[in-house]
Every structure is written in C-alpha cells, then in structure tokens.
Write a protein that binds this ligand. Structure first.
Ligand code: ADP
Ligand code: ASP
Ligand code: MG
Length: 407
C-alpha cells in the first residue's frame, strides 16, 4: 500500500462536473488500495475574482485581510470535493491549513511553509478516510491566515508529501506534463518524460508556471518524486526527479519566458564602495526579490545601476529608489514595465560551451535587441522588449530543441 498526495489545480476543479471527475480519480486510487491525501486549489478564476473584490474595496487592501479573503477559494473546493467523495461511497474529510497547522512565516501573500503537523492527517487516514486539504494557505505562529503566493497549492502538495513521507506527489493540471516550452506560446513544444529537480527549479523560477518554484525546492530537499500530469487523461506525464547520468546529454531542455518583472535604473550614482549594499539593503528589507542586476562601467566617478523586480513590487521599489536617489545625489531614476525575460535551461550547458553565443546570434538574426544578460551553470537569461517575447521563445526553441512537433 502506498501513500499518494494528489494536487488538483484550478482548471481540474473548475465546476461541479470536474470536481466529480476528481472524485472518480481519487476513488479509483483508493480502490487500488492506496491511502490518498488530496490538495486542492480554488476553482479556476476564483482567486482572481476574490483579489478583484479586495481591490474594489480599496486600492491597497490590507495584506492580512487580503489573505483571509483569498484563502476562502480553496475552502470551497475542499468541502465540495469531500462531499462528492463521501456521497460516492468513499469517506472523506476536508481540512483547512489551520486545522493541520501548516505553519508559515508572516509574509502575507507570499508566506513560506515552516512546519506541518501530520498527526491529524494520519489519524484521519487510519480511520479509512481520504483527506482533502486546502492548498495555498497556512497560518503564522499567531494563527493569522497566510497564503503562499500565486500557484502556491503546488507547494502545499509537495510540502505535505514531504511531511508525510508519501511515495509520490501527483500534480494534476490542464497539460499532460512539463513541456520544453509553454505549449500556449510554442506549439512545437515537446513533452519531457523526466526532468531533474535542478532544471525544473530553473524553469519554474524563469517563468514556467506549471509548478510553483517553492514546490520544486521542497521536492528536491526532501527527494519527493513529483509526477506532473493531466486530470483529463490517463497518459503518463512528466517525472521530476533527482538527476540521472543521461540527463546531461541534453543541451537545452527548456525555453521559458517571464513577463512579470519590471526594470529600474538608478542613473548617475557615485561609484563608491558600499553603494550596492546601500541600494539593495532597503529593497531586501522590504521583502522585494531583486532578480537581474547590471552595473555599467564607471564614467567620471558615477555609474548606472539597473535591476529587475516583480511587477507586483514595482511601485514600492520605485518609492525606495527615489529616496535613495535623493540620499546618494544620483542623477535620476528610469523605469520600464514593458520588458520580458527569456531563458534557455539545460544540464548539458555545464559541459558544452557556446549556448549563450548561439542564443545571441539567433536573436540578432531577428533584430531583437538584448537589454540585460545573466547566466548560471545551467541557464542563460536575457531581457528584451516585451513585444518580442513570443517571437524570441519560438526562435530559440527552433534553434535549440527543434521545429518538429512531438512524434
Ligand atoms: P493549475 O491551475 O493546474 O495549477 P497552471 O495554470 O498553474 O495550472 O499551470 C499549468 C499551465 O502552465 C499550462 O496550462 C501551461 O500553459 C503553463 N506552462 C508554462 N510553461 C509550461 C511548460 N514548460 N510545460 C507545461 N506547461 C507550462
Ligand atoms: N488558487 C491559488 C492561485 O490561483 C493557488 C493555486 O491555484 O495554486 O494562485
Ligand atoms: Mg498552478
């Protein structure tokens, strides 16, 4: 007998019929003799609807209350699915984040899971029930409701699988696996049978929202095998697993894009020791994650510092940088929201030179200007004007992965 954690995303629980479909899948798994813990998202569109309500109420909703509001989406789904299961003869119980003490830090809307108490879940499983857990939500040490960031139910699923030492975590979604690129942007994308945690970490952090990055961090840290698959078919999906020897043979395993960042340039700052610390200290203190950074060569004792931040934190970051401009006597602040980051990822990049050069050549052939570049051992990312994002993804996919659709 195995213990399986199954996470169903928003489209898989979008309406009553789809929730019944999930109940049928879960029941089939129970009938095979496995224990099942199900993690559900809010019904498709519900989290956006709730966020819009909050913004209708006030332009900058209180973060604590916003989390109280948006966490209700998942609660609805847990109850409906537990009803469907029990009604169909498969006893089930719904549990919310606070009832199993999914304890997080206090970073509302982007909280991190610190601990999970598995006692209640184990007791319910021992009583023969399917446990249906609300994804995306937890509580801080003072019992305030928190949420884990968009796509956070993936992280709830994998973190629960880790805490329960489950045999695997199945992520059910509206695609039948992880593809070499977002199939919505790149019709030539191919389904990957297996992918390493490290590559998946890069893909997720660089825009492949099929898995939330923190879910992959948990999977890697606790060696949870993750199976990404469709809730609408029975085809085998993609296994996200520890690196295997043959994986390095593939030069590029994915091309991603991310349009959720914006660029800020602090122009003409004095080029002195401690400057970067002075600029990025307050930004880090505000819990804003800075992604790419470039500093121009110094000219006449001053330099330009350009970096990207999530669009959600753009306004706050600009306010901080305006203050820094005054404090450092910088010449100005330039901002640009119309950018996109495009990346190629692959374990094979560790041992093969020339990927970055080939990437730049491919973009040059299309007359696409590169604004920023960053590299790591297994990825190269560039920032381009947002209007080129889809073209850049497609030509890079053609170059590194091929033009032919999956056989
Ligand atoms: P869910 O609601 O089930 O969590 P998401 O919308 O969060 O689903 O994630 C699934 C979507 O991720 C797919 O519909 C697809 O458009 C997108 N996606 C982006 N990159 C990839 C990729 N490399 N492989 C598969 N899907 C991807
Ligand atoms: N419902 C949340 C969201 O839309 C969490 C999730 O679906 O994973 O982001
Ligand atoms: Mg998702």
């Amino acid at each position: 007998m195995s213990l399986i954690v199954q996470k169903y995303g928003g489209t898989s629980v979008a309406d009553i019929e789809r929730i019944r479909n999930v109940a049928r899948r879960v029941t089939a798994c129970r009938k095979r003799g496995d224990d099942v813990v199900v993690v559900v998202s809010a019904m498709s569109g519900e989290t956006n609807r709730l966020l819009a309500l909050a913004h209708d109420m006030c332009p900058e909703p209180d973060k604590r209350e916003s989390d109280v509001l948006v966490s209700t989406g998942e609660q609805v789904t847990t109850a409906l699915l537990a009803m469907a299961l029990t009604h169909g003869g498969c006893p089930a119980v719904s549990l919310q984040g606070h009832q199993i003490r999914i304890v997080t830090d206090q970073a509302y809307s982007k909280a991190r899971i610190r601990s999970i108490d598995d006692a209640r879940i184990r007791a319910e499983l021992a009583a023969g029930k399917v446990v249906v857990v609300a994804g995306f939500q937890g509580v801080d040490e003072d019992d305030n409701i928190t949420t884990l960031g968009r796509g956070g139910s993936d992280t709830s699923g994998v973190a629960l699988a880790a805490a329960l030492e489950a045999d695997s975590c199945e992520i059910y979604t509206d695609v039948d696996g992880v593809y070499t690129s977002d199939p919505r942007i790149c019709p030539q994308a191919k389904k990957l049978a297996r992918i390493s945690y490290d590559e998946m970490l890069e893909l997720a952090s660089l825009g492949a929202k099929v898995l939330q990055i923190r879910s992959v961090e948990f999977a890697k840290r606790y060696s949870v095998p993750v199976h990404v698959r469709s809730s609408f078919t029975d085809t085998e999906g993609t296994w996200v697993v520890a690196e295997e020897a043959s994986m390095e043979d593939v030069l590029v395993s994915g091309v991603t894009s991310d349009s959720n960042e914006a660029k800020i340039t602090l122009v003409g700052v004095p080029d002195q020791p401690g400057l970067a610390a002075r600029v990025f200290g307050p930004i880090a203190d505000a819990n804003i994650v800075v992604d790419m950074i470039i500093q121009n060569a110094s000219a006449e004792g001053t330099t330009d510092l350009t970096f990207t931040v999530p669009k959600a934190d753009f306004k706050q970051a600009i306010a901080l940088v305006e203050t820094l401009k005054r404090e450092t006597n910088a010449k100005g602040v330039r901002t640009d929201e119309n950018i996109a980051k495009v990346s190629v990822v692959g374990l094979g990049m560790r041992s093969h030179a020339g990927v970055a050069a080939k990437m730049f050549r491919t973009l040059a052939d299309q007359n696409i200007n590169i604004q920023m570049i960053s590299t790591s051992e297994i990825k190269t990312s560039i920032v381009v004007d947002a209007k080129y994002v889809e073209l850049a993804v497609r030509v890079l996919h053609d170059t590194f992965i091929g033009k032919e659709p999956d056989a």
